[in-house]
Write a protein that binds this ligand. Structure first.
Ligand SMILES: Cc1cc2nc3c(=O)[nH]c(=O)nc-3n(C[C@H](O)[C@H](O)[C@H](O)COP(=O)(O)O)c2cc1C
Length: 244
């Protein structure tokens, strides 16, 4: 446990936490902003073509994805939820003892776990669930509607409570740090980015709205899910719902 707590990754998570007491008082780093585009003025240019063909579905999905924070009253179907889970963390291949997933992971270690706050999914009662990729199932952790608590813990971003489902991704730090040590934190955050992007694209392809969320009170969300923040800690969220 001490080695884990001494890792840069753990200390980084601790030092960058949001909490209600200090969030308004936290001094911003005095770093001047950068220009949005870096330009090599005078460099010879290759103008790239834009009139190419790509699989139409993929092209439109990539083109049209936008964060959506307004959700409709109708429920997401269990089939749609299955597709979202498969796209983000489904097992899609095997080599020896390695089971590969839809999203890449440094060293095929898969340190990110997926939890769901189910809020408006056809034929699944509200509650907190853990996604089990090994047999593609949901493990029920609690039967209470926690959408409001998730929204409160996410800096009171109320749209989270109105989503059909909130994906809550945690990191099992040890799973990655035991191999990559201090550098592991980079890989965990990259893994989470890949997972989330797969989810966002799948949601777009299914005609659902989705929004990634990284502004949350770490300790509050960890407490809600029963994590100690050392072995396991929430790192990212995404709200998904039907469109208005
Ligand atoms: C790491 C990350 C964290 C984000 N956190 C939040 C958030 O807490 N709340 C929110 O409403 N949007 C959040 N967003 C969504 C961004 O605001 C959004 O992606 C950005 O404005 C670009 O718009 P687009 O996603 O529609 O292309 C986050 C996006 C990323 C990538």
């Amino acid at each position: 446990m001490d080695e884990l707590k001494n890792s840069l990754g753990y200390r980084y998570l601790q030092d960058t936490k949001f909490d209600r007491q200090t969030i308004r008082r936290k001094a911003r780093l005095d770093i001047a902003p950068a220009q949005p585009y870096k330009k090599y003025v005078g460099a010879e240019k290759v103008v790239l073509p834009t009139g190419w063909d790509m699989d139409r579905g993929l092209r439109e999905t990539l083109q049209q994805r936008r964060s959506s924070r307004r959700f409709g009253k109708s429920a997401i179907s269990i089939k749609e939820l299955s597709m979202l889970l498969w796209a983000s963390q489904g097992i899609t291949g095997r080599a020896g003892n390695f089971f590969f997933r839809n999203a890449p992971s440094a060293g095929a270690l898969y340190p990110v776990e997926t939890y769901l706050s189910v809020q408006n999914i056809e034929s699944i009662d509200s509650g907190l669930f853990h996604f089990q990729p090994a047999d593609f199932s949901l493990e029920k952790l609690g039967a209470e509607f926690v959408g409001n608590k998730v929204a409160e813990a996410a800096l009171d971003q109320s749209f989270l409570a109105k989503a059909g489902v909130v994906f809550i991704w945690s990191a099992i730090l040890r799973r990655n740090f035991s191999k990559y040590g201090h550098r592991g934190m980079r890989y965990i955050l990259m893994d989470a980015g890949h997972i989330c992007q797969n989810l966002l694209l799948a949601a777009e392809a299914l005609g659902l709205g989705a929004c990634p969320v990284a502004a949350f009170y770490d300790d509050d969300l960890n407490a809600l899910l029963g994590f100690d923040g050392t072995e396991e800690s929430v790192i990212y969220l995404a709200a998904v719902g039907t469109k208005e």
